[in-house]
Design a protein around this ligand. Structure first.
Ligand code: TEU
Length: 557
């Protein structure tokens, strides 16, 4: 029934509202700015945009701490601007996905304020995860869980009468208290929020921390070493799930959401589908595939793919395994290489292969090889966009932007920098305002020279106006790939596994319009294309029929 549904093959562009385009000149992006740049995205050839949160928020975690789910933060504009943005996008043929943050609210949400003002055991406290502390005076946290951002996952409150009180759970920042998803009232509230945005016309939701809503009953201790998201999910322990992640109970929540989404599909035609995409850092792939079912999510980010470095064997294996796991449940695979939480792939792939990869890079850290990183990033994207399924691209990757890796520590804003006790640089480096025009102040980000994070000097030459129409530029490579992908219906093809060994990844996409082969050369020696190969796309210059190192091509035979 869904064979031709748009979301099975969509290329969705992630807009980070703080950093896409500034209209009012305060140095922070806004909705009017986004609307003004939508034609650029139509010309790029994407199917939809996903916007990170723009809701009312104290901005303790760049908007992932929501204080009012039905309001636009004044930083970004007004609700009217959101409506105008959606209308303009639809006019241009672009769908709009918004971010939904259900695991936690801001501590400044009216529910949490009410919880603090109320007594232990009250219905107001019941909406969150309040517990008495351990020890004779309750001064020890209820369990040993740690926050993803560093430090303990519990904060003690002062009761209204001034006495030291209960503790509340926050898997992330203390300003992001976790909601109690066992409570029907919480479920009803989010269903109402869903309807609010659907009624406003959005085409779907990217669901933040989708694997975190339900916690194991009794909140048992968990081995400290396996705490952090990622670390706890690497499959070291598959016999027991971490008690805060990927509990079976989460699926029921999404089943009810899917019913709501389906009810908005008035024509019964899958072209009208409203969708949801899971942000679930879950391994192994079979476990992650449980989120993408006919009765649940349409898509889930393939983070195993994102996390695989420039290793031919590992890439081949992760592509094979994730495609197979999704295909076995009739779901498309949703490829992704960058987002607002990780070092951009143009920088990441310029780091030594065997070094652990950080969440941010600072001036005193070993610096990525930017030339090599960009070369590999272009090849990696060329490989990714050749594969059947959907794909997400993160704003600026179409310009080949690296992270800002020499940002002064004083300007960092990501809470992970402070919370980790400065052991992690934080995610600011990948969140820097977009360079649009090389000769304008702030590189054309907005009407003033202000930008909420500084732009590195290297962004000038990468500005969109320096690349538009320039053959061989990263922007033109992306445009070309999205055009060919659409013309040949490559997103709806099937993946055939070619025999490939050593440093070369070869895949075949058996698409309706053509059988497209992709070769990515991860080795040092050039690779010969077969006789008669018709090259459709190349991530870098070819040497006749030879594909140089760190280059990928699409061809038909
Ligand atoms: O991220 C989920 C998440 O836990 C990781 O991506 C995490 O932010 C990273 O590993 C820390 O270095 C989502 C959002 O994408 C992220 O921006 C938010 O901070 C987080 O949830 C909390 O809402």
């Amino acid at each position: 029934r869904h064979a031709d549904a748009w979301w099975r093959s969509a290329v969705i562009y992630q807009i980070y509202p703080r950093s896409f385009a500034d209209h009012d000149g305060d140095g922070m992006g806004d909705l009017v700015g986004i609307t003004s740049r939508l034609p650029y995205l139509r010309d790029l050839g994407v199917d939809a945009v996903w916007l990170s949160p723009f809701y009312a928020s104290p901005q303790a975690d760049a908007g992932y701490d929501v204080s009012d789910y039905r309001a636009v933060d004044p930083l970004f504009g007004r609700l009217e601007d959101a409506k105008a943005m959606v209308a303009r996008a639809h006019e241009l043929g672009l769908r709009v996905i918004v971010d939904l943050v259900p695991n936690h609210t801001s501590d400044e949400h009216e529910w949490f304020r009410a919880a603090l003002a109320a007594a232990p055991g009250s219905p107001e406290r019941e909406r969150y995860m309040f517990r008495d502390g351990k020890g004779p005076d309750g001064s020890e946290p209820p369990n040993n869980w740690e926050s993803v951002f560093g430090g303990r996952a519990w904060t003690r409150v002062t009761e209204p009468d001034g006495s030291p009180g209960q503790w509340y759970l926050h898997l992330f920042d203390p300003k992001q208290p976790d909601l109690n998803w066992e409570l029907p009232e919480v479920r009803e509230e989010f269903e109402s929020i869903l309807r609010f945005w659907l009624d406003l016309g959005v085409d779907g939701f990217r669901v933040d921390v989708a694997h975190g809503l339900i916690k194991e009953a009794g909140l048992p201790d968990w081995d400290a070493e396996l705490h952090l998201l990622g670390a706890g999910l690497k499959g070291e322990s598959t016999d027991r799930r971490p008690p805060m992640w990927d509990q079976d109970g989460v699926h029921e929540v999404y089943e009810s959401w899917r019913r709501i989404l389906n009810s908005y599909n008035e024509t019964g035609d899958s072209a009208g589908d409203r969708i949801m995409c899971a942000e679930a850092w879950v391994t192994p792939v079979e476990r992650a595939a449980r989120y993408v079912r006919e009765t649940e999510f349409h898509q889930a980010f393939n983070f195993d793919f994102l996390e695989t470095h420039w290793h031919a064997d590992k890439l081949r294996e992760v592509i094979r395994a994730s495609y197979a796991a999704n295909d076995s449940v009739g779901a498309p695979t949703t490829w992704v290489l960058s987002n607002h939480d990780v070092v951009r792939h143009a920088s990441r792939l310029g780091l030594p292969i065997d070094q652990p990869r950080p969440n941010g890079i600072g001036a005193e850290d070993p610096q990525p090889d930017t030339e090599l990183g960009l070369r590999r990033a272009r090849a990696a994207t060329t490989l990714m966009l050749a594969l059947p399924g959907g794909a997400y691209i993160y704003q600026g990757e179409e310009l080949g932007l690296p992270d800002h890796t020499t940002m002064p520590d004083e300007v960092r804003q990501d809470p992970t920098w402070e919370r980790s006790g400065h052991t992690e640089k934080g995610r600011d480096g990948c969140r820097v305002p977009m360079p649009w025009e090389a000769d304008r102040p702030g590189l054309g980000f907005g009407p003033s020279e202000q930008t909420w994070l500084p732009q590195p000097e290297s962004y000038r030459a990468l500005a969109a106006d320096q690349q538009a129409g320039v053959p061989g530029s990263t922007l033109e490579l992306y445009r070309r790939m999205l055009q060919v992908r659409r013309e040949l219906s490559m997103g709806q093809g099937s993946l055939l596994l070619e025999e490939s060994t050593g440093d070369v990844v070869r895949m075949v996409n058996d698409a309706r319009e053509a059988r497209v082969q992709v070769v990515a050369n991860l080795g040092t020696d050039p690779v010969d294309l077969p006789d008669g190969a018709q090259v459709l796309v190349a991530s870098g210059a070819l040497d006749g029929t030879r594909v140089p190192s760190d280059t990928a091509v699409w061809f038909t035979a």
